[in-house]
Write a protein that binds this ligand. Structure first.
Ligand code: XIL
Length: 349
């Protein structure tokens, strides 16, 4: 019988997967066999748990947590404070006026008290704040040009929103481990800014246990000649891990996937792959990329407690943009839930 991921990695780190309200059921076998940790992909986001003020809905998340616990999996809670998937009422009142700092802090506290309190003793790790830093290393504010990039947490509370969120979360469950989570950790300016943020939180006595690296990557990082060599480089991800760990923080890889497409490349529809047309050579390249990543994770395993994939198998991934007809195949298991070359690659050491 084939060995499982979680057994193979038990001396290194927990291996997790993000599941949603459907996939934890129809991918139950893979979850139970291979994974020792689970994240809710959307079901613990602000808009899911508190769609209108003080009206909490824990039904879906409760079922998923029960599944995880009954299968001895660690549970990652994702995400308490984020600029996306958070309802407008949090920041704007009925007449569309921006709320005051004190009002939004009270809303944040109430949300965190209820959510972290509800899952006390069941959620092991919380992504407390997600994506607060921009590529140039500046703080994400309400002035970012695209609407979906704006942070109204910053726009109402100011930079102290980060520390406040950690204090509230710690008060609600002193035993839960608390993480700051962000993406593109291979970009030097971003890496430095995240390091500086973490360091200043620690110096202020903010209760933070670790840092999450999302790690949404591509098999072929980019064909853009303007992209610097650090773009998606494993070496720079390793630097980030070691830099953050030098602060005494735990590191987790929280949202790993490796797209089959070239990063940023403009494809014609006719170039999209389907499950049956993935070139063997590309499947092998993806496997090699996963092998290199996991070799790096293993040699840094003293810093890393959990490596979580953002999905389970290729039939359910956020990278498949169904409206444009472009499916992606970024996971270790294929659309039929069978292990791919990438699975064999991470198991081969
Ligand atoms: C994504 C989910 O996978 C999608 O289903 C949803 O439509 C949008 O959010 N970074 C994060 C995750 O921190 O919460 C995002 O999840 C992916 C990017």
């Amino acid at each position: 019988k084939q060995q499982s991921l979680k057994q193979k990695y038990q001396d290194y780190f927990y291996v997790g997967a993000a599941a949603d309200q459907n996939s934890y059921i129809d991918h139950a076998e893979l979850l139970k066999t291979h994974f020792s940790s689970m994240t809710t992909e959307n079901e613990m986001k602000f808009e899911s748990l508190e769609p209108s003020q003080n009206q909490f809905d824990f039904a879906l998340a409760d079922k998923m947590v029960a599944f995880a616990k009954s299968n001895q999996m660690q549970m990652r809670g994702h995400a308490l404070v984020w600029h996306r998937q958070t309802p407008q009422w949090v920041f704007f009142d009925e007449t569309d006026n921006k709320r005051s700092k004190d009002q939004v802090l009270a809303i944040m506290k109430n949300h965190i008290d209820n959510v972290v309190g509800h899952f006390k003793g069941k959620v092991d790790y919380w992504d407390v704040v997600n994506e607060a830093i921009m590529d140039d290393g500046s703080m994400r504010t309400e002035n970012e040009s695209a609407d979906d990039q704006k942070s109204w947490w910053y726009g109402t509370i100011g930079k102290d929103y980060i520390a406040a969120a950690f204090h509230y979360a710690h008060a609600a469950d002193p035993n839960a481990k608390l993480y700051y989570n962000d993406y593109y950790n291979y970009i030097p300016a971003r890496q430095q800014a995240i390091y500086d943020l973490l360091k200043s939180l620690l110096e202020q006595g903010v209760p933070i246990d670790g840092v999450g690296l999302q790690a949404h990557l591509n098999t072929i990082p980019s064909d853009d000649p303007n992209h610097q060599s650090y773009y998606q480089s494993i070496e720079n991800l390793e630097k980030a891990i070691q830099l953050y760990a030098s602060l005494g923080l735990d590191v987790q890889i929280t949202e790993l996937d490796v797209s089959l497409y070239i990063g940023g490349h403009k494809y014609e529809k006719s170039d999209f792959y389907t499950a049956d047309t993935i070139p063997a050579e590309l499947d092998e390249k993806q496997a090699q990329r996963y092998a290199d990543l996991f070799a790096m994770f293993r040699r840094n395993s003293q810093h890393i407690s959990n490596v979580t994939f953002w999905g389970i198998a290729d039939d359910n991934t956020w990278l498949s943009e169904f409206d444009s007809g472009r499916e992606d195949f970024p996971m270790l298991f294929d659309v039929k839930h069978q292990p791919k070359s990438a699975f064999n690659a991470v198991m081969d050491f």
